[in-house]
Design a protein. Structure first.
Length: 282
C-alpha cells in the first residue's frame, strides 16, 4: 500500500462501451487511509524487529535449524529494510512526492529487493540444512541470495517513476513494455509459483514435511501474505490488456482489491518478526 499505482487509475471517471460514467473512488480513500496505516505498520515493525534482534543476541540456543540464527537474522534485516521505506512512502501519499524520479526509483528498487530477498530466504530455509550453521558455505549462499534479489529487483526500478509531478507510481510505462513484462513475470514467479512449488514439494517429500513440523512453516507467513498481491498483479494485467472485459464494475472495484492485497502484504514486516519471536520463545 504505497502509492504504487500507475496513473491510468488516477482519473476520477472512466467510460465503458455504452458511454456510461464509471466513477473510481479509490484514490481519495487511499490518500486518507494509507498514511496512518503505513505509519502504524512501520512502528509495529520497528518494535517487533527490535525485540527479535534482542532475542537473537540473548538466547542463541533457541535458534536452531530450520529457523537458525543466520536465517532469522537475515529475515529480520529484510523486514527492517522494507519497514524503513514506509515513512517516505506515507509522506509521499499524504503530501505528494517531491523528491524526483531518481529517489522514487531507488525506493522501488529497495522495496522489491527486500521483498525478493525474503522470498528467496524462505525458499532456501525450507529446502535444506544450509542455514544449520554460519560457515563459509552459508555465507556464500547469503551473498548469492541477496545479490540475486537485487538483480531481480532492478526491473522494478526501471518501470517505476513520477506521475503528474507528485506521485511515485510503480508503473510509469506501458503495460506491454518489455521491462514491465519482465518485472511482472518475476513477481508472479516469486510470489505465486515459488510458494506453490514448495508447497507441492513439501507434501510429496517427507523430509520437507518434517521441517515444517519443526517450525519452518512459520516463515511462510511472508509468502502467504504476499500471494494475494501477486494474484492481483496478474488480474491487473489481464484487465489492462483487454484479456478480461473492462467493465464499469471491474474498474470501480479492482483498485480496491489490489490496494487491500498490497496492504495485506505490507503487514508482513510487523507480523513476520513477531511470529519468529514467538516461535523462538516456544
Amino acid at each position: 500500500l504505497s502509492s504504487l499505482y500507475d496513473d491510468s487509475y488516477s482519473n476520477d471517471t472512466f467510460l465503458d462501451y455504452d458511454a456510461t460514467p464509471c466513477h473510481n473512488r479509490f484514490c481519495p480513500l487511499f490518500q486518507r487511509v494509507a498514511p496512518p496505516f503505513l505509519a502504524v505498520t512501520c512502528a509495529a515493525a520497528a518494535l517487533a524487529s527490535g525485540a527479535l534482534l534482542v532475542a537473537l543476541a540473548k538466547r542463541p540456543q533457541a535458534w536452531r535449524w530450520p529457523r537458525s540464527r543466520a536465517l532469522v537474522a537475515q529475515l529480520a534485516l529484510g523486514t527492517a529494510l522494507f519497514a524503513a521505506l514506509l515513512p517516505a512512502l506515507a509522506a509521499g501519499v499524504a503530501r505528494g512526492w517531491h523528491l524526483g524520479t531518481g529517489p522514487c526509483r531507488l525506493t522501488h528498487l529497495l522495496w522489491h529487493w527486500s521483498l525478493f530477498a525474503q522470498a528467496l530466504l524462505v525458499a532456501s530455509g525450507s529446502c535444506g540444512t544450509a542455514w544449520a550453521r554460519w560457515d563459509p558455505r552459508s555465507r556464500r549462499l547469503a551473498v548469492a541470495l541477496w545479490a540475486a534479489a537485487l538483480l531481480l529487483a532492478t526491473p522494478a526500478a526501471l518501470v517505476s517513476g513520477v506521475a503528474a509531478g507528485t506521485g511515485c507510481v510503480r508503473r510509469s510505462v506501458a503495460i506491454l513494455a518489455p521491462a514491465y513484462l519482465l518485472h511482472l513475470s518475476l513477481c508472479l514467479c516469486l510470489l505465486l509459483l515459488l510458494p506453490a512449488g514448495l508447497l507441492l514439494a513439501a507434501l510429496a517429500v517427507p523430509r520437507l514435511r518434517a521441517s515444517w513440523a519443526a517450525g519452518a512453516g512459520l516463515v511462510w507467513l511472508f509468502l502467504g501474505l504476499w500471494g494475494p498481491y501477486g494474484a492481483g498483479l496478474a488480474g491487473e494485467f489481464l484487465l489492462q490488456t483487454g484479456l478480461l472485459e473492462p467493465t464499469c464494475g471491474s474498474f470501480e472495484h479492482f483498485d480496491l482489491v489490489l490496494g487491500l492485497s498490497e496492504g495485506l502484504g505490507v503487514l508482513h514486516c510487523g507480523l513476520g518478526p513477531l511470529a519468529l519471536l514467538l516461535a523462538g520463545s516456544c
